[in-house]
Ligand binder design. Structure first.
Ligand SMILES: [Cu+2]
Length: 111
């Protein structure tokens, strides 16, 4: 192994391996009527956390395909969490703002 590839391997171990473990929660910020980032890819078993960082505005992160009840709004300072246990593509919307502000997101869950 060359010195260069050894360094690459060490860096990969330090920085990529923990990210691939799928155990650290991933945070999505709800701010300025957007989910930031609005599209992410996570491993199966990852918990995704939505944080509302508006000054006053509530939002929702409604997964119709997962059978969520409507109306679960979360307010500034609140969080919502969901753990994804199956691979797939999961679209969600903020019910009050998906039309007026195109407030939508998608979670890609991979093995
Ligand atoms: Cu909203």
């Amino acid at each position: 192994m060359s010195r260069h590839s050894l360094i690459v391997a060490i860096l990969a171990y330090l920085f990529i391996a923990p990210a691939m473990a799928g155990e650290e929660p991933v945070t999505i910020i709800a701010k300025d009527y957007e989910f930031q980032p609005h599209e992410i890819t996570v491993k199966v078993g990852t918990t995704v956390r939505w944080e509302n960082r508006e000054k006053r505005q509530y939002h929702s992160a409604w997964f119709e395909i997962l059978g969520d009840e409507q109306g679960d709004y979360f307010f500034p300072g609140d969080i919502r969490e969901r753990t994804f246990t199956k691979p797939g593509t999961y679209h969600y919307i903020c019910e009050p703002h998906h039309q007026s502000h195109n407030m939508k997101g998608v979670i890609h869950v991979v093995e």
